[in-house]
Write a new protein. Structure first.
Length: 366
């Protein structure tokens, strides 16, 4: 198939050192690990189309069917599944089209300004939430955005550094503000590799490479600047693994859009449209995040009973084990990787010997 010509013209900015993204936020300190505390009381999410459960639709009446009940998918989105799994209420302040800042691209808004209908970006929605609600110290606050900002950076290479830097600053500021107001559980998801989505598969390989580099640059800057004590979820790695090994997740199609394939089995497709997930894909993401935030370390069906501590790296113990599962070539490799992780955690005083054995025992049986 002949590759279509890209509308993007200059990607050299992606090759510049990621160190230039270092922002003026404290990132160090904190003890080796922290306890999760009391049970989660509710989920409060701020984000864009990947988390919107109907906010944009309620305002503008779109998108129409076959999009499902205002979701940018064919069914519920990931955070709805997560709330269901955790058995807690969901307060959804995510808006499809939201930038991380003031405005929303749907009505011509930008990161710095509202558009024609004052549709909110993440920062505006965040301010709306705070103006009407006290911060709940037992809530799980979720921030997932930046894709619309990244799209703007791709379209304007000359301003790319400023755009990405501002997006990271917006997300970090929201997380730091929540902490200052008493939030104890803040989860920030990084961006997936948009170059692997159907909407970009026909781009020139060099363009797709630079799209990947854009996501990586954003993610590295975000991780480097998140406040200590904020939980960081690596969407990029999980998304990449789903596409590389779909059968492990019960999928068979990770290259085509379900919306363009009427009659196809919706449970086997990862993508609903050019970039958004099917509800089956959302359920997979929800399962991964649920394991990540679970109070104890769970491997497969085995609950080790070991507290799933948030480490000073911003990852939980379960995150380290999940990454080991992604990286391992076989079960033996996974078991060995878990042994190495837990041995190091025990040496560092994060877990006890019996807790190490419990986690390794679960790894061996799954």
């Amino acid at each position: 198939m002949e590759k279509r010509r890209s509308r993007f013209v200059d990607w050299r900015w992606m090759l510049l050192p990621i160190a230039l993204f270092a922002l003026a936020f404290p990132t160090g300190g904190a003890s080796a690990a922290s306890q999760a505390g009391q049970s989660i009381s509710q989920i409060v999410v701020l984000g864009d189309s990947f988390s919107d459960n109907g906010n944009l639709y309620a305002q503008v009446g779109g998108p129409p069917p076959p999009y499902w009940q205002g979701r940018i998918s064919n069914g519920p989105v990931w955070v709805e599944y997560l709330a269901q799994k955790l058995g807690v209420p969901l307060i959804d302040f995510a808006w499809a089209g939201a930038t991380t800042g003031v405005g929303n691209e749907v009505d011509g808004g930008t990161v710095d300004s509202l558009g024609a209908f004052a549709l909110p970006g993440m920062t505006t929605a965040f301010q709306d939430y705070l103006s009407a609600n006290p911060v709940d110290p037992n809530a799980l606050y979720v921030l997932w955005g930046g894709g619309n900002d990244l799209k703007a950076a791709f379209a304007d290479p000359a301003e790319a550094y400023a755009i990405i830097g501002k997006a990271v600053t917006n997300l970090v500021t929201m997380a730091a503000t929540l902490q200052a107001l008493g939030a104890t559980r803040i989860l920030v998801l990084n961006l997936q590799d948009f170059a692997k989505s159907p909407g970009f598969l026909q781009e020139d390989p060099q363009i797709r490479y630079f799209i990947t580099q854009g996501s990586l640059a954003f993610n590295q800057a975000l991780k480097a600047n998140l406040p200590s004590g904020v939980h960081h979820f690596d969407t990029f790695s999980r998304y990449t693994d789903i596409i590389a090994d779909p059968g492990e997740y019960g999928l068979s199609n990770v290259t085509n859009q379900l919306i363009l394939a009427p009659g196809a089995d919706p449970n086997t497709y990862f993508f609903w449209d050019g970039v958004h997930f099917t509800t089956a894909g959302h359920a997979i993401i929800a399962n991964a995040v649920c394991q990540s935030v679970a109070p104890t370390v769970i491997i497969g069906e085995c609950d080790s009973g070991v507290p799933n501590l948030l480490l000073s790296s911003g990852f939980t113990i379960s995150d380290l084990i999940a990454q080991a599962a992604i990286d391992a070539k076989n079960h033996g490799g996974f078991v060995s990787a878990v042994a190495a992780i837990t041995n190091e955690l025990m040496k560092s005083g994060v877990i006890s010997g019996s807790q190490k054995d419990a986690i390794q025992g679960c790894a061996a049986t799954q």
